[in-house]
Design a protein around this ligand. Structure first.
Ligand code: GDG
Length: 498
């Protein structure tokens, strides 16, 4: 049956819910976490459609299908689970996705494990996804595939004879040719990406890297256009390539952060930390987030600027993530060791504790309260596609009286460079000096900077992002997509304050 109206089919590695068996054998459903879920749930809730992804558990069965369908009914859009067995999950998810693509695309080549069996599993799982999508979609539907786990899906769909319009959005950075070329399957993967009708990146830098890789690997490539969306011609294929900086549901964050219970919790945090400025870091447990570097910078601040002792406290929230992947356990140990060292060296028994460390997920209310309570957000990833925490922090800073310290290597820097204090996360003393600068910044500068960032995030919110992406997929005239005001057009050197 063909539908008259194009339906939106979102495809991602995981469904936006986590399914687990309770002690009495029933399935329990909890909302998923992470940047992709935060960004897309409001979209499907608003527009309706279907979300296809893995349920997060290897035990499939009719009762799980019922639980998935019921979660979809409650959420207001359809959910469809892709069955994966434990072997698939191991080599595709833990292996190729998280031991090859994740480190490589974050410029951490030395952490890659290019095991050939990982690539085989990646191809097989992408094919499984494509089969589920092909069974669901007809030629009128619009298939929007997300992220680095599923770069081969369009190629597999085409091999199955599916002709729906397809688009891909990469939530993580795309590396420069020097880095990308170490991937043994670089040509196949690049050609697979070119099977999509539209490929979207977070920043112009990522898009430029992709175009340079295509030029070098394929030779005859030309690029037409100017602005946010370009056309890349490679042989007979014309593929749209765009930069679409992802954002947040600004109004909802702002409204929820204004709620009395959030304000009360934020005040309570301030009461617990009297007469000092609260510095906040919130990250998934991941080596790309630069948590140890940040702790070293905080320690350096206390060492070199003794007048700030007892005047600042760092709340570092680390959200458990990918705990089964080698290296993540060691990272946790390293972080906890550093926290222990700093607190051991500087704590005032019965009084000031320099680092408040939380390992766990915060409730939504607490997350908003932490954002509201923090005088300074210290967001210093070594590399990040965008970093939504930075945008959420600004949206929740209702009094506009706080400072964002942001890594130059977060995609968010290309939008927030005029309001945030940008830092190189590897430069421990530079970050320490910036913490001091943020501490002493006067109120009028704090307000002016925060207002500028909030205005930009309000204007370019998640609905702008979705709308722009979907329009770019269907628009005839790409000249209607100028680079948004305030965005850095091209290279990182345009906004690094050298
Ligand atoms: C990937 C890319 C890109 C965090 N702690 C808690 C919590 N969170 C939520 C935040 C935010 C999300 O998780 C994290 O998003 P990020 O963007 O910061 O990072 P990744 O998960 O690495 O996301 C990233 C993103 O995709 C979107 O494209 O920006 O670059 O790596 O929304 O609020 N939520 C709750 N409790 C917590 O403790 N409830």
């Amino acid at each position: 049956m063909t539908r008259a109206r194009e339906r939106l089919i979102v495809v991602s590695n995981r469904l936006p819910f986590v399914f687990s068996r309770s002690a009495d054998g029933r399935w329990e459903t909890a909302p998923g976490s992470g940047g992709l879920v935060s960004a897309l749930v409001p979209v499907l809730r608003n527009r309706g459609g279907t979300w296809i992804g893995w349920s997060g558990t290897a035990c499939e069965g009719p009762d799980l299908e019922d639980a998935v369908a019921a979660a979809g009914r409650d959420a207001g859009y359809e959910l469809k689970a892709v069955p994966l067995d434990a072997g698939d999950v191991d080599k595709f998810y833990h292996g190729f996705s998280n031991e090859v693509i994740w480190p490589l695309f974050h410029d951490l080549q030395s952490l890659c494990n290019f095991d050939p069996s990982y690539w085989q599993a990646y191809k097989k799982v992408n094919q499984t996804f494509a089969r589920v999508v092909a069974a669901e979609a007809d030629a009128h539907d619009f298939i929007w595939v997300h992220d680095y786990h599923l770069m081969n899906v369009a190629a597999e769909l085409r091999a199955l004879g599916n002709r729906s319009r397809t688009a891909f959005f990469l939530h993580i950075p795309f590396p420069s040719p020097d880095i990308f070329f170490s991937l043994p399957w670089r040509l196949t993967l690049l050609q697979a990406l070119l099977k999509y009708d539209l490929v979207g990146f977070q920043t112009n830098r990522d898009r430029r890297n992709f175009i340079q890789c295509a030029r070098t690997l394929l030779g005859e490539v030309s690029v037409q256009g100017k602005g946010q969306v370009l056309t890349l011609n490679a042989g007979a294929r014309a593929v749209r390539v765009g930069s679409f900086p992802i954002s947040i549901d600004y109004n909802t964050y702002m409204k929820q952060a204004s709620a009395p219970q959030v304000a009360a919790r934020a005040e309570e945090l301030h009461r617990l930390l009297p007469r000092r400025k609260v510095i906040l870091g919130i990250d998934r447990l991941d080596y790309t987030k630069g948590i140890p570097h940040r702790l070293l910078a905080f320690r350096n601040t206390l060492e070199r600027y003794p007048e700030l002792r007892e005047r600042i406290s760092l709340i570092q929230v680390v959200v458990p993530s990918r705990v089964d992947i080698p290296g993540y356990g060691e990272l946790k140990t390293r972080i906890e060791h550093l926290v222990g060292q700093i607190n051991g060296a500087y704590v005032r028994p019965g009084g000031w504790v320099p680092v408040w460390y939380v390992f766990g997920s915060l409730s939504r209310n607490d997350l908003l309260a932490y954002y509201r309570a923090a005088d300074i957000a210290l967001i210093t990833p070594l590399k990040d596609g965008m970093n939504l925490v930075a945008k959420e922090y600004c949206a929740c800073s209702i009094e506009e009286d706080c400072v964002l310290i942001l890594s130059e290597f977060a995609g968010a820097a290309s939008q927030l460079h005029r309001g945030a204090l940008l830092v190189n996360p590897h430069d421990i003393e530079g970050v320490a000096d910036t913490i001091r600068r943020a501490y002493h910044m006067d109120q009028s500068e704090r307000r002016a900077r925060m207002r500028r960032m909030r205005r930009s995030i309000r204007e370019y919110d998640i609905f702008w992002w979705v709308d722009g992406f979907l329009r770019a997929a269907i628009a005839k005239d790409l000249a209607a997509f100028p680079v948004p005001a305030g965005y850095v057009e091209d290279s990182v050197s345009d906004y690094i304050p050298i």
